[in-house]
Design a protein around this ligand. Structure first.
Ligand code: ZN
Ligand code: ZN
Length: 149
């Protein structure tokens, strides 16, 4: 077990708990898809995940990949982002952790940022309008360094 996989034991535990709470079985296909998902980089494109799974010699359909990702979403284990370029991007949702995104319209690169001032400003805006914030999403679009030439 690699260091990376080991630190994600909580993910598997939470998934098992969710499945048993909903009287669902952990299927072999689901397990394969989740393993590949966890091995990919932070922001996982569903189609890229599908190609990786197929490339590994697994006969699993794209619909099954989407079903599994949606299940992880329902379980609160992943967040889905729909960036302006139409790709469905999934990433692990870590409780209490938050970040925003910079998306390159040239190559699709995704960077993360956190800015205390922006976070505070958003809370201030909500407060002024008597909202209690439950979540927010902030995506900035532009061209990354290598796409500016
Ligand atoms: Zn770029
Ligand atoms: Zn992210």
């Amino acid at each position: 077990m690699t260091e990376n996989t080991k630190s994600l034991v909580w993910f598997w535990d939470a998934l098992d708990a969710y499945l048993s709470r909903h009287q669902l079985k952990q299927t072999k296909q689901r397990k394969i898809i989740v393993s590949y998902f966890l091995k990919l980089s932070k922001h996982v494109d569903a189609e890229v995940l599908y190609r990786k799974v197929r490339g590994g010699g697994n006969k699993i359909g794209l619909a099954t990949v989407y079903r599994t990702l949606n299940l992880l979403k329902d379980a609160g284990l992943v967040d889905q982002h729909s960036f302006a370029d139409g790709r469905a991007i999934f990433e692990i949702s870590r409780p209490g952790m938050h970040h925003d995104h910079l998306v390159c319209v040239g190559c699709g690169r995704i960077d993360e940022f956190e800015n205390a001032e922006i976070e505070l400003l958003q809370k201030k805006i909500a407060l002024e309008r008597a909202y209690v914030l439950t979540s927010h999403r902030l995506d900035l679009y532009g061209r990354c360094k290598s796409c500016q030439t």
